[in-house]
Ligand binder design. Sequence first.
Ligand SMILES: [Zn+2]
Length: 307
Amino acid sequence: MIRLRPLAVLIFSFALTGFSVPPPSMAETSKTAALMPNVYMVTRDAPEHSNSSFFVTEEGVVVIDTGDGPTQAEALLKDIRAVTDKPVRYILNTHYHGENSFGNQVFKPLGTLITQKRTWKFLGGPDGEEYLQAWKEQGRGDADRVSITLPSLTFDERIDLLMKPFRLKVMYFGRGHTEGDIAIYVKELRLLISGGLITHNCFPDMADSYIDEWMSALIEMENLDVETLIPGEGPVGGRPAMIQMKHFFIILKREVMKNLEAGQSLIETQEAVYPILAGKYSHWKGKDRIKGIIKRAYLEFSLKKKI
Ligand SMILES: [Zn+2]
């Protein structure tokens, strides 16, 4: 159980105290609220946008995910400044997707930008420029204002940020939602910030995912003592949201494998599995992602089947 006041109540109470201050252009897509003392979650409309979060510590601010471009990043910084004038010390990207890293240029001048090594390699190589170009062509976010901004610190598996009174354990579990996903865990708060590894009541974007490894990452995260989850997309959750995500993958894999074993084509598999996922998760957002999800699973498991 999450012993939290409902988000809407928190947002309302902040409105009364002058907080919750998205600029007019962001009013419908961005809400900032304190989940617990000095821990803030920024919720944007899933599935088009990812969540951000920030910690206000005795030693400064730690920001997690910078938004999908300078506009979201500037709004995030404004919300941070509404609660503290402490310096931004560290900025983390949970992975390289534009929703999480394209606001970096606003934050990097303020503190140390950290990513997992594979996220840095992707953003810093030809893939990163190609990816941004695709965003520009699709007119996503404010991609025309984005210049890819790389970290000044990278790591392989673990890094701890010791920011009184918090110890933020930044962890890499292997490939999953992308090649370089990280999650942030604060044991004393029983808080997990999952990045793209967990979406809540929302189908995940799996265009560049590794399903078996993702499932392993979920099992590792399940071993953590978690009460509160800030997911990559969707509302605040807890352990049930983590378990729900794992079950989603179990069903996806089982149904796609069943079709593969029967020699079904990709299209036949999509036709068979779509109604199962859309029906079981009828309350989830992002149903336009389902066909792509099945395709990714079909490709991954058909390749493995041949080995
Ligand atoms: Zn993502």
